[in-house]
Design a protein around this ligand. Sequence first.
Ligand code: ADP
Ligand code: MG
Length: 356
Amino acid sequence: MPSPILQLNQVTRQFSRLAQPAVCAVSCSLQSGDLLALLGPSGCGKTTLLRLIAGFEQPQDGSIEIAERQVAGDGVWVPPEQRGVGMVFQDYALFPHLTVRQNVMFGLNDRLERGKLERSKLERSKRLKEVLALVRLEGLEDRFPHQLSGGQQQRVALARALAPSSALILLDEPLSNLDLQVRLRLRQELRQILKAAGASAIFVTHDQEEALSIADQVAVMCQGRLEQVGTPEQLYQRPASRFVAEFVTQANLIAAERRGEFWQTELGDIPVTQTESANCNQADLLVRQENLILSTDASSPIVIRDRQFLGREYCYSLELPSGQSLQARSPIGTHLAVGTFVQVAVAAPQLQLYPR
Ligand code: ADP
Ligand code: MG
């Protein structure tokens, strides 16, 4: 097992004694070369956690190790410029009066690399060429930031962070200022660039699709705490909490009550399977959008309230008698009009329940 590039142990940061901690007892590790997405809603503590790792914030509790060296906690404090960490911000934070070349070189002049002497002028211009090739900005060295598109500006910011061969790159919502098309293209590119550079990175996002599509590991954060860390597949298949189920996999949760060998729900009775805990009588049942099968039935109390055409499928919004709404995805062949009453069957290969 290779040693982790980052190790967080019970890291806590509380800004005010009256408020709950912005980051609360977070423990997590990142393997060298991995890309970790830190995913959570706005205000859950993502930026604070990045700032703790970079050294712009000091934890009240817990410790941080980067490349097997303790940088914070237990009375140890290593300042940001000595941590070997590169940072990319949402608003790029490029120097407007410096050219692309000067912006990227700033990353090299700015800091002495850990354990190395400052690079010679020749080495620096060689490195400049390398990283500009990596982010595909060759030929734009003499442009100023205002002469570049948003996507190009973000690639300059990435080049600046990569230039000193930092042990770890931290990216705080790097794509959220870009329009959708550029964002979709750049997110794959970002992964390729980081992988080609052999970088280890933490990528902050509030967009679950972005996190699942590019990360090796995803850490889900809610109200300062880590809810679950795992591969995108693990998170999708086995969300550990209601929050992960809803926020990350966008699944439906419906109330279920145990009646002998069945779970009674608004969608009908669903047989209890062996895998569920026997000692819980009330639960929320996870039902994926793609596992709902709709068929027209005028006597059903479930009605289609809305329909979105998504190209390969429809997304139907259903209203249950209780008023709860459910989302269902169906292939284009099943064309049902808004206002149609439908019967809903659940094709659930495995049941997932969250006890109440
Ligand atoms: P995110 O990046 O996930 O949106 P933040 O880490 O920026 O969340 O913020 C987490 C919480 O900490 C929020 O409630 C925010 O208001 C609070 N917070 C962040 N920075 C400070 C600060 N410097 N002083 C006081 N409260 C702060
Ligand atoms: Mg933030």
